[in-house]
Design a protein around this ligand. Structure first.
Ligand SMILES: [Zn+2]
Ligand SMILES: [Zn+2]
Length: 361
């Protein structure tokens, strides 16, 4: 994110500003101006950019405003844009040594969204940001059909997305950059009856399936337990997403917060351990789900854990340390975190159902 002298890339500076704003949970519309401007700058030859900066006509370009044009001018002069310096520390929460060590052991993220569902950025930008963070792999998990408010993917759209991901991976393999693989996946709604909201055949083709409750979060405890256990025992499920559905007061929509769903946590985590499903530690600042007392229970039950960002924008991919902090505080060690595995071990685990192997007891 830093740099000096005349070698600055104005588009990269604009993206760094966007990244910092996203990490600070700024709404996508506020960040979009910077990503749009970065794309405009990318498309212009450097000499034209410099000529326009000298003539003061950058703002005549569609997609560049006063703030973004100023950042471009500073960057072209070899200076760190003032705006970038101002936003750099936003959302950059310091963590304990133990959490930092855990974060350093992670190689990927199992839960991310693109603008194909309710994310704010294209698949490629998300993937490149994950790679720039040092990830070796990242799973794209856009929403399933019934979550229409989040533009959930129909089977046809999901199939098309698989082709897009395959094409991106071919490019990543050839571009000389660090090794990185974008894995296919879904954040699949757990229907009220515990079935999953996507065609089983299609779920079987994906690299990883996160199963989450998004509807009827207040259903009675017994029904919610049965619903979750049914989803966990589904051979396609790999990760149980944000299990309580809570939203922490002070964040999220209107800052009202949302209470935890009620279920028999011991039974649910015993099922996760039995069927080899990882319990997600959701790193989103407004979720921080599950709460620590439940995460401790999951650890005691012998569950694996997935420390995910649930990122809806590139900068949010940098939230993993928040989940690491909670994991560290509740006794989660790297050996039980699936994100610490390399891509081969990860896929061996997610394909345990297809291989017909008995899950670990
Ligand atoms: Zn979700
Ligand atoms: Zn999600």
């Amino acid at each position: 994110m830093s740099g000096c002298g005349s070698a600055r890339d104005p588009a990269e500076d604009l993206r760094s500003i966007a990244f910092c704003l996203e990490r600070a949970l700024e709404p996508s519309y506020r960040v979009r101006a910077f990503r749009t401007a970065a794309a405009v700058v990318d498309a212009l030859p450097r000499d034209e950019l410099e000529a326009r900066a000298a003539a003061g006509s950058l703002t005549e370009l569609k997609g560049l405003g006063k703030v973004t044009a100023l950042a471009v001018q500073e960057s072209l002069r070899g200076e760190e844009p003032v705006y970038l310096r101002r936003v750099q520390t936003l959302g950059d929460t310091p963590v304990s040594e133990g959490a930092a060590a855990l974060r350093a052991a992670l190689q990927g993220d199992c839960h991310t969204h693109s603008d194909w569902s309710d994310g704010g950025s294209p698949i490629e930008e998300m993937a490149l940001a994950g790679r720039a963070l040092g990830h070796r792999w990242m799973v794209l998990t856009d929403h399933s059909p019934r979550l229409t408010v989040a533009n959930g993917l129909s089977p046809e759209r999901l199939l098309r997305q698989l082709d897009v991901v395959a094409e991106l991976n071919e490019r990543f393999a050839e571009d000389g950059g660090p090794p990185f693989r974008l894995l296919t996946g879904i954040e699949c709604d757990i229907n009220e009856d515990g079935t999953l909201d996507q065609e089983p055949e299609l779920l079987g083709r994906l690299d990883l399936v996160v199963a989450s409750v998004h509807s009827k979060l207040r259903m009675p405890r017994d029904e919610m337990t049965a619903r979750m256990v049914a989803a966990i025992s589904n051979p396609h499920t790999d990760v149980l997403g944000h299990c309580t559905g809570r939203q922490v007061v002070g964040h999220g929509r209107g800052g009202k917060g949302r209470p935890e769903s009620e279920f028999d946590a011991e039974l649910v985590f015993a099922a996760c351990a039995r069927f080899g499903v990882a319990v997600e530690v959701n790193s989103r600042p407004e979720r921080l789900d599950p709460p620590k007392r439940l995460l401790r229970l999951a650890v005691e039950a012998g569950c694996s854990v997935a420390i995910d960002t649930d990122a809806h924008a590139p900068g949010q991919l940098d939230w993993q340390h928040l989940g690491c902090e909670r994991a560290h505080l509740t006794g989660v060690t790297a050996d039980r975190v699936v994100n610490a595995w390399d891509v081969d071990d990860l896929l061996r685990w997610t394909r345990r159902d297809a291989a017909g192997a008995a899950p670990a007891r």
